[in-house]
Design a protein. Structure first.
Length: 301
């Protein structure tokens, strides 16, 4: 195990997932002392269970839910204060393969121009299907897409890396900063990746490193209600944060098509939710559009 790597796991009322993730890290041979769990204001007792069952893990307690960005930034700051050269964000709804971190570190240590890397991410159910093999960013549409088929068995470049599992060089963060907390959750990983690339760094997928992900565990309900499975807040955040992306990166005239493309998409959401009678989701889209323009953002951050 390389003591220069810290792994940050965010927990919010997610004991079952966090427990399974930490157990998989134990099986993989990763040192518990180098794991930082940030509890994001849980009220289900999961913070106490983590402290009891995994006493060697570093546990940071935050009184309220600061979102993916705020919670992970707390962990990143702690890892930087402790002098770690590499920091990995790892979703609590993941389980890792044996020695999964070693190919990631080898790639980073051999290529100083690489700012961040990610493993090949399979679904937890079924484990034979790939969830994420990197990301493509279509700048002319302002659209981030997930790649589902690896380009090679060897490390290869990617436009952006999912926050589900991203290993970042600590020295890079001194130049580009931490996660933008305006986002709270969703698209913050695309923003972080684009900021790294803007500084001339490379991002890569390392297929020899494998983990498994229970996609959407934090945002979907187990039973379908009148508003469907997905929480309306997810639609609010997605719409608002997509507008953050457009305001930051889609310049006119070069990327003029990105704006009408997304507003056509938002219009489709409104029509669909109206026809389905999903008033809360329709309201979430409208509020997301308003907040997307009214919220101050810092371009280049």
């Amino acid at each position: 195990m390389d003591s220069s790597l810290a792994i940050i796991i965010l927990n919010w009322n997610g004991w079952d997932f966090t427990c399974a993730c930490l157990k998989s890290l134990e099986r993989s041979g990763f040192s518990a002392e180098a794991i930082i769990v940030v509890d994001n204001g849980s009220d289900d007792g999961s913070d106490r269970k983590i402290k009891k069952q995994f006493p060697r893990v570093q546990l940071i307690l935050h009184p309220v839910n600061a979102g993916f960005t705020g919670g992970n930034n707390l962990g990143i700051k702690a890892a930087l204060d402790q002098g770690y050269a590499y920091i990995m964000l790892l979703n609590n709804d993941t389980e890792v393969g044996a020695d999964f971190w070693k190919p990631l570190l080898e790639e980073m240590q051999g290529h100083p121009e690489t700012a961040a890397v990610q493993p090949l991410i399979y679904f937890l159910h079924p484990k034979s299907k790939i969830w994420n093999a990197g990301g493509k960013y279509q700048s002319w549409l302002g659209m981030a897409q997930t790649i589902h088929h690896p380009y090679s068995n060897d490390p290869y470049p990617t436009d952006w890396i999912t926050g589900c599992a991203i290993l970042v060089r600590a020295s890079v963060l001194e130049k580009i900063g931490l996660l933008d907390e305006h986002y709270f959750a969703y698209f913050e990983d695309v923003d972080w990746s684009l900021r790294m690339r803007k500084e001339g760094y490379t991002l890569k997928v390392v297929p020899k490193s494998i983990i498994f992900h229970e996609a959407g565990a934090a945002s979907k309900s187990k039973q379908e209600g009148e508003e469907g499975f997905l929480n309306p807040k997810v639609h609010f955040l997605n719409v608002r944060n997509q507008l953050f992306q457009l305001r930051k990166y889609s310049r006119v005239p070069g990327n003029w098509l990105a704006w009408p493309f997304h507003f056509l998409k938002f219009g489709f959401y409104l029509v669909y939710f109206t026809l389905k009678g999903r008033k809360s989701k329709r309201k979430a889209v409208i509020e997301g559009i308003i907040a997307g323009f009214k919220t101050p953002i810092v371009k280049g951050k």
